[in-house]
Design a binder for this molecule. Sequence first.
Ligand code: 3HC
Length: 307
Amino acid sequence: MSTPDASTKVGESEHAFPEGRAVAVIGAGTMGHGIAQVFAAVGTSVRLYDVDLARAEKGRDQVKSGLARVVQKGKLSAADAERIVAAITPVATIAAATSGVSLVVEAAPEDMSLKVKIFQDVLASAPADAILGSNTSSLSITELGARIGAADRTVGLHFFNPPPVMELLEIVRGVGTSEPTVARARAIATKIGKTSILVNDAPGFATSRLGVVIGAEAMRMLESGVASVGDIDRAMELGYRHPMGPLKLTDLVGLDVRLAILDHLHKELGEQFRAPAILRKLVRAGHLGKKTGRGFYVWTAEGPREA
Ligand code: 3HC
């Protein structure tokens, strides 16, 4: 396998979404609804699936409320916001989500068995040429492709939170991912206005492997009383110009998501990725960050404040 190129934007976007074919997004949570918005914003019909219709509808409603704030700021017309929301159809079955689509993007929790089950269901109804994209943050695309028996069209399409705002799409090439699939993934990135990087499958890819190191170290510093939550975050915000400190970012991403990544990387890569005790404790308490209203910060309508 050759070494991936540096960050590039590649053309050929005409191959991304064959005329009239929708995209399926499986999972309407924090990432799934944002990913649905990204595709809807470029005029693609999106079918948004979750385990029950209410959750899929909630995902679409979150797109609507997020866009309402952008309209309020005068950065999007109300008509465009309406058009984007209207392009997203919540659905209650994987068959309804995937029939006739050119692309499936799975954004389910970080559990390999769950993802395998989802893609087995997807394979029963999606067209034989549909790209099978997983938004996994760290799990092996090689294993996923092999276990579902469709390695050639399985590829990592790793988005970043919040998906409509973040510029990167990390494309992950498994051992069995075909070059035409990689080319289509590149074209998809271009079509949705993202810059892609290509990474050969490895635990945590490029982004999660690097990102969790800073987050976990910040938690260990908090545990050993080096500084407060706010001061650790300000260290990186003001001293390194990170848009958001590592603890606030963990709240944004979800403490459960970060814990799952760390546990996986610990198993695959060793001791340096052992999850800090404070992270496991907060997850056990149900303090998962912004989405539950509490993590390292308490989240209010005005934003995060130190707990
Ligand atoms: N839809 C479309 N646009 C939106 C939007 C939405 N729902 N919400 C906000 N925007 C736009 C705003 O209009 C604004 O546009 P502008 O730059 O033209 O003014 C822009 O996005 C920024 O929004 P805000 O002004 O409201 O917010 P901030 O400037 O405070 O930025 C932030 C918020 C983008 C979250 C910034 O703090 C940031 O970049 N934080 C770091 C995020 C990060 O690192 N994410 C990666 C996490 S790791 C991950 O996701 C991987 C996963 O696998 C775990």
